[in-house]
Design a protein around this ligand. Structure first.
Ligand code: IPD
Ligand code: CA
Ligand code: CA
Length: 303
């Protein structure tokens, strides 16, 4: 359980988060083009290290969940815990030791650029921090590996349920080593949807509540898990039919979007155009209800 020493403090200059520039261009960074594709063995090596790092990060999270942890506020409702920081430190340590020349983009530490390496590791050391802080057992570690600007490996570990989602570009997606596929739900009226809300939900008008109401009146059901990476993985394995959200960051989506695509799903922005992990808006679905989701979002956002 969490300690009751929760502190509220204004953003500090030396806060890890304050050093992090989340703007798309900063996160995107630069990389050298090699025009060489990844070999099977290299892809497998990257995948194995991503899994090892996620498992170590995940065990740190479950240890902290048992023994308690300090919570700080990055802003009014945006929390960071000791567990986020410890998980991230361990994951970065493994990557730096194994691939010292690779770039790393991690939620709390920001971007570590290394000689414009074509490899970039994109890490959310604890996706679902609000859940974690409240003892709600739904959170994960998410790690994506970009090569020359495209995510080639995605790993999401839910340590509470021991569910490991993995995808490799062009090779498929798996849950605990079993191939997964999106649902075959043909229309929005039969769909179970999921979404999330950004941390500025209290203060901005464009806060997804209008869209949430619109989908609630059209879909079979709606859920809000509080973890974007799990939302995406659940679309990939058919537990949800569709997901949308505004203002996610690359560490929320890098692994999960590859997992959806490799499971046969579709990922775009709100207007049905190609999705970028550095963009603002995302729809991920089983493909069959995608057009209907685009239409609802376009209608809602037109006025
Ligand atoms: C958050 C979760 C949540 C989503 C927020 C994210 P965090 O990530 O993924 O589901 O709605 O937009 O920021 O802060 O728990 O890593
Ligand atoms: Ca996150
Ligand atoms: Ca996080």
């Amino acid at each position: 359980m969490k300690q009751e020493s929760e502190t509220h403090r204004p953003p500090q200059k030396d806060d890890p988060k304050e050093k992090t520039d989340n703007s798309a261009n900063f996160c995107r960074g630069f990389y050298r083009r090699t025009n060489m594709s990844l070999s099977h063995s290299e892809l497998d090596h990257l995948t194995n290290i991503a899994i090892e790092a996620a498992q170590l990060g995940g065990s740190i999270l479950t240890d902290y969940a048992k023994k308690g942890f300090e919570i700080h506020k990055k802003s009014q409702i945006n929390l960071v815990t000791e567990a986020d920081l410890a998980s991230e430190k361990t994951i970065i340590g493994i990557i730096n030791r194994t691939f010292p020349s690779h770039q790393i983009l991690a939620e709390e530490e920001g971007l570590q650029t290394q000689d414009q390496s074509p490899y970039k590791w994109i890490i959310d050391p604890l996706d679902g921090t609000t859940n974690f802080a409240h003892g709600f057992p739904m959170y994960n570690v998410s790690i994506g590996v970009e090569y020359e600007g495209d995510v080639h490996v995605g790993v999401v570990l839910d340590p509470t349920r021991n569910e490991l989602f993995v995808a490799q570009k062009g090779k498929g997606a798996w849950l605990n080593n079993t191939p997964i596929h999106v649902s075959a739900t043909p229309k929005l009226g039969d769909a179970l949807l999921v979404t999330g809300f950004a941390y500025d939900v209290h203060t901005v008008a464009d806060n997804n509540l209008k869209e949430f109401c619109a989908f609630s009146l059209r879909a079979r059901g709606m859920r809000r898990t509080g973890t974007a990476a799990i939302d995406l993985c659940y679309v990939a394995c058919g537990r949800f039919d569709g997901f949308w959200e505004l203002k996610l960051n690359p560490w929320d989506t890098a692994a999960g979007t590859l997992i959806v695509e490799e499971a046969g799903g579709k990922v775009t922005n709100y207007t049905g155009k190609p999705f970028s992990i550095y963009g603002q808006d995302i729809i991920a679905s089983n493909g069959m209800i995608h057009h209907e989701m685009v239409r609802v979002l376009e209608d809602m956002r037109a006025d």
